[in-house]
Design a protein around this ligand. Structure first.
Ligand code: SF4
Length: 430
């Protein structure tokens, strides 16, 4: 598919300072949503992810997550064999057998996700019905849900969105008349979650929770009194599902860097009428620590040009962070999908003239990259090696999901991820 380049304004044209968005659709090169299992299985400690897919799917998950030798794995693939595809076996019966064997062997599993893939979608295996059937059979000990991690028309972070959206209908109702509560939405490393919880405590918030929780029985309640902050920009379906339960989204930039984290926390503080003195007291030390950590990199990175290929959907918040806090120059910020409402606060902070593209054609963007020769290119694994071979420094965008980056105390790690490829290339030149 090809398309002409046209510039439109995000948000339907309100606001005169919003950056133009390049629409240049075509081929893309991204991982599929199964990748999210890599960080989700570490987060929800009594969950299991059973991919219903092909050997390719099994290989992807195994190589992305690494082999766990000493621990019982919390993910596996039920392989769809040729005889299944040929209709020679009843796939539902086989799936039930696999799940029964798994749950008998692993009583620690309390939440089972059946994860759809391209093959299961192509043959139209109804995993929703399968999960309902298995949920009835294994209730109340095990909850069974399903979502799709297929790579058809999705990007790799959308697996997390689909997983969390499948959890929302199972969340308990927040009791009527309960005081408003804050919900942080998005899988965060435990260390980040603990830091944020301490900050909320210090701000004086008493009712707050995280989705997903670390254990299935600890998932937060939701209702019209819930005010939620997204920790990640790619959680559109989850946000919609929460809004359908009456929860209210708090617009904010994302908690990347000192500024992003402060504005994100401030959105919660304002929603819960936290006095400014309490907010300042809770955040000042963390903010100063983050600012000092970031400043140490500024000399090396300021003025360097960075280009983003569309991959993680974190591109806009990262470009904002690199431009405003480090002084880097975004040459082009491409993202697979520009969620205008959830990114509105980020778009407002981007430097004037930033070139944004939504789901651009990969070959044409590669041409632009070769012409611009940015100092750093943030892209998927498949593009990184060829670009490195052409003398360009790259950063794998998937690393941004495997590393805890949100909040004040991760700011140094965040900026270090972008500094490392440049330091490495400088060392190679010596
Ligand atoms: S879900 Fe699709 S894209 Fe992902 S590994 Fe399986 S076949 Fe490949």
């Amino acid at each position: 598919m090809t398309g002409a380049v046209a510039a439109t304004r995000p948000g339907g044209g309100e606001g005169c300072t919003e950056p133009a968005v390049r629409h240049d659709p075509g081929q893309r090169a991204v991982f599929c949503g199964l990748t999210g299992i890599v960080w989700l299985h570490r987060k929800i400690q009594d969950a299991f992810f059973l991919v219903v897919g092909s050997r390719t799917c099994a290989h992807l998950i195994q190589s992305a997550a690494g082999v766990m030798i000493f621990a019982e794995p919390r993910f596996a693939t039920a392989i769809i064999e040729e005889r299944d595809l040929a209709g020679l076996a009843d796939m539902n019966e086989e799936l039930d057998r696999v799940v029964t064997r798994l749950l008998e062997r692993r009583p620690d599993i309390k939440l089972l996700f059946l994860v759809g893939s391209c093959p299961s979608e192509v043959i139209k295996l109804d995993l929703k019905r399968a999960s309902e059937r298995l949920a009835t059979r294994f209730a109340p000990g095990v909850r069974v849900l399903n979502y799709s991690g297929s790579g058809i028309e999705t990007t790799f972070t959308q697996g997390e969105d689909a997983c969390l959206a499948s959890l929302v209908p199972t969340l308990a109702d927040d009791p009527a008349g309960a005081p408003p509560s804050l919900l942080v939405v998005g899988a965060l490393a435990d260390v980040v979650e603990d830091q944020l919880a301490r900050l909320f405590d210090q701000m004086g918030l008493r009712r707050f929770g995280f989705l997903p929780a670390r254990r299935s029985e600890a998932m937060p309640a939701v209702g019209p009194g819930t005010r939620f902050l997204l920790a990640q920009p790619y959680l559109g379906d989850t946000a919609r599902a929460l809004e359908a339960r009456g929860a209210v989204h708090l617009p904010a930039p994302f908690p990347l860097g000192a500024e992003g984290t402060t504005l994100w926390l401030k959105a919660a503080a304002d929603a819960f009428a936290v006095p400014s003195a309490n907010f300042e007291a809770a955040t000042v030390l963390g903010r100063q620590r983050a600012e000092r950590a970031i400043a140490r990199y500024r000399d090396r990175l300021a003025g360097r040009r960075v280009m983003f290929f569309p991959d993680s959907q974190l591109e806009v918040p990262l470009a904002r962070f690199l431009a405003r806090e480090i002084g880097m120059q975004p040459v082009e910020v491409a993202t697979p999908y520009l969620h205008r409402r959830h990114l509105a606060a980020e778009l407002d902070l981007l430097p004037d003239g930033t070139v944004l593209s939504e789901a651009p054609d990969v070959d044409r963007q590669l041409d632009r990259c070769r012409e611009a020769r940015p100092d750093l290119t943030v892209c998927g694994l498949g593009l990184a090696n060829p670009l490195e071979a052409e003398g360009l420094s790259t950063k794998w965008s998937i690393e941004l999901l495997f590393t805890p980056l949100q909040g004040y105390d991760q700011a140094a790690d965040l900026v270090d991820l972008f500094a490392r490829p440049l330091v490495r290339r400088a060392a190679l030149k010596v």
